[in-house]
Ligand binder design. Structure first.
Ligand code: PHE
Length: 337
C-alpha cells in the first residue's frame, strides 16, 4: 500500500503536461472527486494503526505535490491562450506612422500660398523637347545662355532632353490657354552638375506665371513680398537685384533679409545678411508671341525658385544631398503628427 503511494509520488513529480487538456485530466485523476487521492483517503481507515502515521504523511505529500503541479502549469497555459487572443476592439497604437518628405511639405506650402492669390497648379512632362525647354523661351540654338543650365540629353538626339526648369510647363500652358493666366508649375528638374552639399543633378522647382492686360513690375513685387512674408514671417524684407534671364525683360533676383545674428548667418549670407531665394522678371514679348499670345495686348510676370533651397533655409539643413538619400533618421524628423 505504502509502496504504491510512493510510486504515485514519483509519477506526479515527473509529470510535465504538454497541453491544458493534459493538465486537466491529471488534475481530475489525482484531485478530482473520484480521483486517486480521495480513494487513498478513504482507504486510510483500513490501514493498520502502526502504519497510519507514515501512510498519512505520504498521501498528504502526494496531495500537495499534485496541487503544486496544477498551480505551476495553470498560469503557463492561460497566458499562452491570452497571447493568441486578438481583440479587434482594442484602440490602435499609431507608433509607426510615416512622415511627409520635407520637399513635399515645402512644395505644398508654396502652392498653398499662391493658391490664395488665384494661382492654380499645372504640370508637364519631365522629358522635354528643345522647343519647350529652350527655343520658345527666347533661347535659340547656339544661344550662349543655354550654358547657364547644363543639360542632360536623351541618347544622341539633341531634341530630346530632361527639362532643366519648369518654365517648359508654362510654355505648354500658354500654348493651350489664353490670358488671363495665373499658373504655378511645381516639379522635378535635371541639370548636369557635380553633386555637392549645395548642388545636385536632380532638384525641384516651383515656377509661377501671371499674364493679363496691364500687368506691371509693381504687381510682381507685391506678389513676391506677399510670398516672402507668408513663407518666412510677417517681418521679412525683400530686395530685388537686376539680373538676366533670356525669357524675361527686365529680370531680377530676389533676396530676403536673413540677418546676421550668428556665425552661420555670416557664412550663408556671405556677410551681407541677404539671401537669394528666386529669379523673376517681366515675360519677354518674344516668349508671349512664340506661345501664341498677343504681346501688344498682354503683359505678364514670371518667377522661379528651387524648393530645396527654401527647405534648407526653413529647416536649417546644411547639406542638400540629405533630401535624396531617404535616410529614415532624417526623414522621420518631419513627421506631421
Ligand atoms: N527658369 C529659371 C531657372 O530655372 C527661373 C526663372 C523663372 C527666372 C522665371 C525668371 C523667371 O533658373
Amino acid at each position: 500500500m505504502l509502496e504504491s503511494v510512493k510510486n504515485l509520488l514519483k509519477e506526479v513529480d515527473s509529470f510535465t503536461p504538454k497541453s491544458k487538456e493534459e493538465l486537466e485530466s491529471f488534475r481530475l485523476a489525482y484531485l478530482g472527486k473520484k480521483g486517486k487521492l480521495n480513494g487513498l483517503f478513504s482507504a486510510f481507515k483500513d490501514v493498520p494503526n502502526e502504519q497510519k502515521k507514515e501512510f498519512g504523511q505520504a498521501i498528504n505529500t502526494l496531495k500537495q505535490n499534485a496541487q503544486a503541479k496544477v498551480d505551476q502549469y495553470k498560469d503557463t497555459f492561460n497566458k499562452e491562450e491570452k497571447d493568441n487572443d486578438i481583440d479587434l476592439t482594442k484602440p490602435v497604437t499609431l507608433d509607426n506612422l510615416g512622415s511627409r518628405h520635407p520637399i513635399s511639405l515645402v512644395k505644398n506650402q508654396i502652392v498653398d500660398i499662391f493658391n490664395r492669390i488665384g494661382f492654380t497648379v499645372s504640370e508637364g512632362p519631365e522629358i522635354e523637347d528643345d522647343w519647350h525647354n529652350f527655343s520658345a523661351l527666347n533661347l535659340p540654338e547656339e544661344h550662349p545662355a543655354r550654358d547657364m543650365q547644363d543639360t542632360f540629353f536623351i541618347q544622341t538626339n539633341p531634341d530630346v532632353l530632361l527639362r532643366t526648369h519648369t518654365s517648359s510647363v508654362q510654355v505648354r500652358y500658354m500654348e493651350n490657354n489664353q490670358p488671363p493666366i495665373r499658373t504655378l508649375s511645381p516639379g522635378r528638374v535635371y541639370r548636369n552638375e557635380a553633386i555637392s552639399s549645395r548642388a545636385h543633378c536632380i532638384f525641384h522647382q516651383v515656377e509661377g506665371l501671371y499674364i493679363d492686360e496691364n500687368v506691371s513690375f509693381a504687381d510682381l513685387k507685391q506678389a513676391l513680398l506677399y510670398f516672402a512674408k507668408e513663407m518666412f514671417g510677417e517681418k521679412t524684407k525683400i530686395r530685388l537685384r537686376p539680373s538676366y534671364f533670356p525669357f524675361t525683360e527686365p529680370s531680377a533676383e530676389v533676396d530676403i533679409y536673413w540677418g546676421l545674428k550668428n556665425e552661420s548667418d555670416y557664412r550663408i549670407t556671405k556677410g551681407t545678411g541677404w539671401l537669394e531665394i528666386l529669379g523673376c522678371g517681366m515675360v519677354d514679348p518674344n516668349v508671349l508671341e512664340n506661345c501664341g499670345i498677343d504681346s501688344k495686348k498682354y503683359s505678364g510676370y514670371a518667377f522661379g525658385m528651387g524648393i530645396e533651397r527654401i527647405a534648407m533655409l526653413k529647416y536649417g539643413v546644411t547639406d542638400l544631398r540629405l533630401f535624396f538619400e531617404n535616410d529614415v533618421r532624417f526623414l522621420k524628423q518631419f513627421s506631421s503628427l
